[in-house]
Design a protein around this ligand. Structure first.
Ligand SMILES: NC(=O)c1ccc[n+]([C@@H]2O[C@H](COP(=O)([O-])OP(=O)(O)OC[C@H]3O[C@@H](n4cnc5c(N)ncnc54)[C@H](O)[C@@H]3O)[C@@H](O)[C@H]2O)c1
Length: 333
């Protein structure tokens, strides 16, 4: 199944920041398959989801460079669509080093904003944002009118980065769309540890026949399979000239909400019944920034674009396990 419209993407010049990471690399594969001319920019930061294996076979050009310092003019020249996926994504990392977190997620974003103004003023921008800065939800599901209450430094920097891009729309009329993502999963997610999401290390442990840990267990999540997320980004770009889409921030959810305990059982079922887990109290250093339960009200994006998630959770988990089973050496280092 193609995830986007080949007529729209054929020969289109696309820049994907964070293109060697989880979501960026999946986008790169889809875009190249649709005939786009794709450049991936990535600093290959060791603590994030960057992995050279992520772009294997994609047929895109990878530029190793850091948004904080790389010369960006030549990279951005002539770009028609920017998928802006690069970020410092670790919540604990942001707490430990808020200056570095802010430098990547906000200051470097302003640097990119300014260069794009100079050399690609008409390009469409689809920005990867996050549900994180809503904080602990006041009520569920969470729509776009929920107050912004970042629970950690990473939430503050991601909010700032998003807002700098939205200003480009409000002040200069650039077609910008921001997608506030829920927890995403699937092939090319970092599974070496829990830095990207708890589900990464769960997948690794299950495949290595080792127990994984469930912290708490009653928290609700609405996981989004990566192909559905990729399709949402492509649709947002394809429709960014429509007033219903341009200049808007949208929540993006996924599967119907379920508790982490239910998810743990589903993962084991998807592995043919093999796997085991232990439940633990939330670690004291993480508890203060935990947001509890979350699931998105993403009806606005569905209504504006016609998007709906298509991969059921059970199927997404099966596909993920099968994909990593073949590639454990590249991902479980
Ligand atoms: N994956 C999720 O569940 C999720 C949820 C909410 C929001 N998001 C957002 O989606 C985007 C992509 O997330 P992901 O899960 O693919 O993360 P990821 O860590 O896999 O990818 C981000 C990539 O950005 C690169 N990067 C970081 N700083 C950079 C810099 N200064 N210059 C160039 N490259 C840099 C990293 O090396 C990495 O490859 C991020 O903006 C993230 O905040 C993701």
């Amino acid at each position: 199944m193609t995830l986007g419209s080949p007529d729209f993407w054929r020969r289109r010049r696309v820049l994907v920041t964070g293109g060697a990471g989880f979501l960026g690399s999946n986008l790169c594969h889809a875009l190249a398959g649709l005939g786009a001319r794709v450049t991936a920019l990535d600093a290959m930061l060791p603590d994030g989801g960057a992995n050279p294996a992520n772009l294997e076979g994609a047929g895109v050009m990878l530029v190793r460079g850091d948004l904080r310092e790389t010369e960006l003019h030549s990279l951005c020249q002539g770009v028609e669509v920017l998928f802006n996926m690069a970020a410092q994504t670790s919540h604990m990392g942001g707490q430990r080093d808020p200056v570095a977190d802010l430098a990547i997620n906000a200051v470097a974003q302003v640097r990119l904003v300014q260069v794009m103004r100079e050399v690609a003023p008409k390009a469409v921008v689809v920005h990867a944002s996050t549900r994180q800065f809503y904080g602990r939800p006041l009520s569920l599901p969470v729509d776009e009118f929920h107050p912004v209450n970042p629970p950690d430094a990473n939430g503050v920097s991601k909010w700032a980065g998003e807002q700098y891009w939205m200003l480009e729309n409000r002040v200069l009329g650039r077609p910008v769309v921001s997608l506030r993502l829920t927890n995403c999963y699937g092939p090319r997610l970092r599974i070496a540890d829990a830095r990207q999401t708890f589900l990464g290390i769960w997948i690794r442990r299950v495949l290595e026949d080792a127990p994984f840990e469930v912290w708490g267990g009653s928290q609700l999540r609405d996981l989004a399979y990566v192909d559905d997320v990729t399709r949402a980004f492509l649709l947002a770009a394809e429709q960014a000239d429509r007033p219903e889409v341009a200049g808007r921030v949208f929540n993006l959810g996924g599967a119907p909400p379920l508790s982490l305990l239910e998810l743990a059982h589903l993962l084991i079922a998807a592995n043919g019944g093999r796997g085991r887990f232990e439940t633990r109290e939330f670690p004291p250093d993480r508890a203060p920034i935990d947001i509890g339960s979350y699931h998105a009200d993403d009806r606005a994006f569905r209504a504006a674009t016609g998007w709906a998630p298509m991969v059921p959770l059970e199927e997404g988990l099966r596909r993920s396990l099968a994909w990593y089973r073949e590639r454990l050496a590249d991902y479980a280092f």
